[in-house]
Ligand binder design. Structure first.
Ligand SMILES: NC(=O)c1ccc[n+]([C@@H]2O[C@H](COP(=O)([O-])OP(=O)(O)OC[C@H]3O[C@@H](n4cnc5c(N)ncnc54)[C@H](O)[C@@H]3O)[C@@H](O)[C@H]2O)c1
Length: 396
């Protein structure tokens, strides 16, 4: 089959297996090029392991620290007629490369919010690894069925306290528009916290700990974004920010639990990057296009793998971690550099449909967006026939 991109809003409904494999390979090569991660983890569980920051975490652990990895994700397999999701192909490629180097890799495809998948994970760890010494929590989901109440919570991306008008780019028409965003109701805030807050992270750690599968000294981290004034209305001060603040609350108990066995729990703050999750956030595409322009000009542009590889080396397993006053690990320092933020803010003022391409790196944003789905990846022959059926070796 010849597969071409078909973009619908913030999604691309087709994916390219060869392009996804090339993306994974590039990330592996990046990590290997940096050399081994001193004192890195050896048995790692990654929840949300198939795309974005979770995939980069799995790659950093495996190819930087030589770790055995167990990955949890929710993806769709391709058929002869229809491509699967990008995370499926990424994982198939990850398994292929890991196994070629003799690295243990197993994956579980299912709903990480459920008790069933937590149990399956625990059984797999017991059978194969005994225990794990790092748990990365990198889920980004639009909904969650609560395992106790059975209730389905849907997350929303809205401001809190008042309606706002936010400049954004209509990615279909490629026009800059004002988007009117209605303030969230309390119910919407609560539902977003239920999906993207820390309860599920805490449930995971409690279940793993009670089953005795966390090694002495085990660490865990969950990822967050804070950003600066430009995105605060929609992010940090909005519904998703409320969920992220819940991580900051929950981490205290999680840390206490792990500290009892010499371990640690941290929220890690990562920079804004293009992922399937961030493409759905209003104002993020335009912010990213401006941020790319400014950070590329300064030679400090980074994507998922550069961020996570740095987080592992400098902070999670570094001698002198970048900690903030709240005890979070910070990998977003270059994005929040006041000079970078001031430059983005100045461009933001002047951006409109006519100046979109001149003032921002919208082309770079679009390319990275398509690359998430395996398109526009260098060195890939998109005219070549490709099978959408790609098995994942060692799927539990
Ligand atoms: N993208 C950014 O700019 C950014 C910045 C800082 C922090 N973060 C945080 O990083 C984390 C990961 O986000 P991302 O941007 O890499 O997202 P992503 O969409 O690329 O990845 C989400 C992952 O979660 C998995 N997943 C979703 N629902 C699931 C379910 N029910 N069961 C099992 N797996 C499920 C997916 O399969 C995938 O592996 C999030 O906490 C996000 O807030 C993202």
């Amino acid at each position: 089959m010849i597969i071409k991109p078909r973009v619908r809003g913030f999604l691309c409904i087709t994916t390219h297996p060869t392009g996804c494999e090339a993306n994974v390979k590039r990330q592996i090569d990046y990590v290997k090029g940096k050399g081994p991660i001193e004192g890195g983890p050896k048995r790692v569980l990654v929840i949300g392991a198939s795309t974005g920051y979770g995939l980069a975490s799995r790659i950093s652990a495996a190819f930087g620290a030589g770790a055995a990895t167990l990955g949890i994700f929710f993806e769709k397999e391709g058929t002869e007629k229809k491509p699967g999701t990008a995370g499926w192909y990424n994982s198939a490629a990850f398994h292929k490369f890991a196994e070629a180097e003799g690295l243990y890799a197993k994956s579980i495809n299912g709903d990480a919010f459920s008790d069933e998948i937590k149990q399956k994970t625990i059984e797999t760890i017991k059978a194969d690894l005994g225990q794990v010494d790092l748990v990365v929590y990198s889920l980004a989901a639009p909904r969650r069925q609560h395992p106790v109440t059975g209730e389905i919570h849907n997350s929303t991306l809205k401001p809190i306290g008042s309606d706002t008008v936010q400049k954004g780019v209509n990615t279909d028409k490629e026009e800059v528009q004002d988007f009117h965003l209605e303030q969230a109701t309390q119910e919407e805030i609560d539902n977003t916290v239920a999906v993207m807050g820390g309860e599920d992270w805490q449930m995971w750690i409690e279940a793993l700990d009670e089953a005795g599968v966390l090694a002495d000294g085990a660490k865990t981290t969950a990822y967050t974004y804070i950003g600066e004034k430009l995105t605060w209305d929609i992010y940090w001060h909005g519904t998703i920010g409320a969920a992220k603040k819940d991580l900051d609350k929950r981490v205290i108990d999680i840390r206490e639990r792990l500290a009892a066995h010499g371990g640690d729990a941290r929220v890690s703050v990562l920079k804004a990057v293009v992922t399937q999750a961030s493409a759905a956030i209003p104002a993020m595409p335009i912010y990213l296009a401006l941020l790319f322009k400014v950070m590329k000009e300064r030679g400090v542009h980074e994507g998922c793998i550069e961020q996570v590889d740095g987080l592992f080396r400098d902070s999670l397993y570094g001698q002198d971690p970048y900690l903030d006053e709240e005890g979070r690990l910070r990998a977003d320092r270059k994005e929040l550099d006041p000079e970078v933020q001031a430059a983005v803010a100045a461009l933001w003022e002047d951006i409109n449909t006519d100046t979109l391409r001149q003032l921002s790196d919208f082309e770079g944003y679009k390319r990275e967006f398509l690359q998430l789905f395996g398109f526009e990846v260098e060195g890939v022959d998109y005219e070549a026939d490709v099978s959408p059926v790609a098995p994942i070796a060692n799927l539990v």
